[in-house]
Design a protein around this ligand. Sequence first.
Ligand SMILES: [Zn+2]
Length: 699
Amino acid sequence: MASLRTPDWHRSATRWSQITLVEDDPGSFDVDRWIGIFRETGSNAACISAGGYVAYYPTEIPHHYRSRHLGGTDPFGALVDGARAHGLHVMARIDPHAFHDDVAQAHPEWVSVGRDGAPRRHWAYPDAWVSCAYGPHSHGYIPLIVREIARNYDIDAIFANRWQGHGVCYCASCRASFRDYADAGLPMDENPSDPVWRAWSAWRRRVLSNLVVELDAVVKEERPHASFIPNMGGSSIMEFDTDLINQQCPILAIDDQGRRGVNAIWRAGRNGKQVRGTFPDRNVILITSVGVEDRRYRWKDSVTTAPELRAWMGSGTLHGLSAWYTKFNGKIPDDRWIAPVRDGFALHERLEAARASMVSATEIAIVEASTTLNHIAWENRDAAETCDFGFYHALVEAKLPFDYISDRMLTPERLAGYRVLVMPDVRCLSDAQCAAIDAFVRNGGSVVAAGQTALYDENGERRANFGLADTFGTDVAGPTETGLKNTYLETAGRHALAATLPEGAERMIGGSERTPVSLGAGDGVEVPFCHLPAFPDLPMEEVYPRGPATEPAVIATERPGCGRVVHIPWNLGSIFWDILAQDHQQLIETCVRWALGKTPDVVVEGRSLVDLSVFEGDGATAVGLQNLTNPMMLKGPIRDVYPVGRHRISVALPEGRTGATARAVIDGGPELAVTLGHGRAEVEIEGIAEMEVVRFDWR
Ligand SMILES: [Zn+2]
């Protein structure tokens, strides 16, 4: 591989083997077998446990705990050498979040302190102690480990897991440092509306950002082409400055390793689209566990089904993510994961070649509510994103391809590529963010906004009126009502959106949360649906509406020179995600299609539930279709694949193009017959097993 050991190494690190060693692995796991697996799976990069909590190499650093089973061996070094012998890129993994008793005794100042003032034992393993991530342990001790690994081993990066601390630490160093910074005591509770909490968040960001820069410099002193890469999974990507991440993280990892509970297969790809919504040109990796993922019971030694593993990994691949499997424990009591990983990687390799130098290109983008979610604890994020899940699922059902754009990235350049912005429940927006969306509409872009979008400022303070009142054509007319029962919408007038309901039906179920609105001044505002006033749900004799439907529930605005705007000031997305009522899916789909106001550039027709991706570049367009038609689509693991039949794929001819050749990249059969007409190119494919990608080369 030409890019080995160059500063650009990360661009070709796209299929990763990760082996997370456990303490008794040295001497009892088969290093050669692992090197064989690197090759057998077609991996081009490996992430290997090196040190931190346990060292898997003969470290010389005092207090750096060596595995009791290490003896005179160096399993980390052997794996690095084996991976290099087969041309792989190599990342060394460290985990600095905990240490053993003797370390805690020798360096009590390294131990994190809880709110009660007591040193924090590890929540899951009380024999160990939690490290303070913001003080001398991170700044004085971890750099020694980083330097030793970078100096002695042929690596491209050091990857740190659990490096960013676990909430507020009340140790002496944190108390003093925060007092210097904010002239205040540490906050006792997570409370986004408390200025001290916000100051602590800003202080923590600064401390950790400095740490990343410091550790990266240490790595580069030893190995100039290499990097320190912090795990920026989950909330961290939203939390840290985008400049820092652009600078320090050539690779971003999504740590959502598999499904648990009710969770759609598309969730893997959604993660990737969200990261791309902020960092469009990063190499983004989807970490996939080979096992059953459930933090309540763990089962880290388990192996999930082959179709589930391929589907999760495939959802990432569909949306352009790099593939990564993680195997916990070097011993292999169950090898059923190896073949599906190999198949998933082979698919990835084929798509990577077919879409080289292409980028995702969709007309519709969901606005990611980064500003809102930053105020919410990570463990409560799913509950805060239910509106988003609902809109996502509805658009997948509608076969409308879409991307994400972060609300931190609403620049004219980034917005220029989109025709419709969808805001399922983007509550917190600053005046500047609102102005960017308003300008988008004035420039002809369309918006579908629901829930409590723009009802709060960037600090989470409720506004007196929507920050987008002018754009929406509506004003707040009362406090938001929650816990509603028995709500209904009725069609009003003959607006195109009222056609959501077929002839003979004029009522559909409403939401459980709504903000009363009145219509603003100005022309072009119509109300296709109104709320019926809420009514009792028992006794049954009382269950009837008390008056006509008059309160606006769906407001459609069309003004000369501007894009179309649909305002839905109730929780359409979350109620749809909760009960999956078809009328709600139809309403979302109709609103987005009306907002688009034209035939979509990519139209896919067929009897299926498929997730779509669209990539463009190099004079070609690649339409990806992942078959989600499966009884286990919403709750895994998938048992079997249910192929779907004939599909038609039609794409608008790009400007200046007159025709195309087309082929099915996965099926690999003969060229597809292209039908031209009405400014579009159309092909038919016989069916889709797990995934198909149709590539149109324009002429
Ligand atoms: Zn501390």
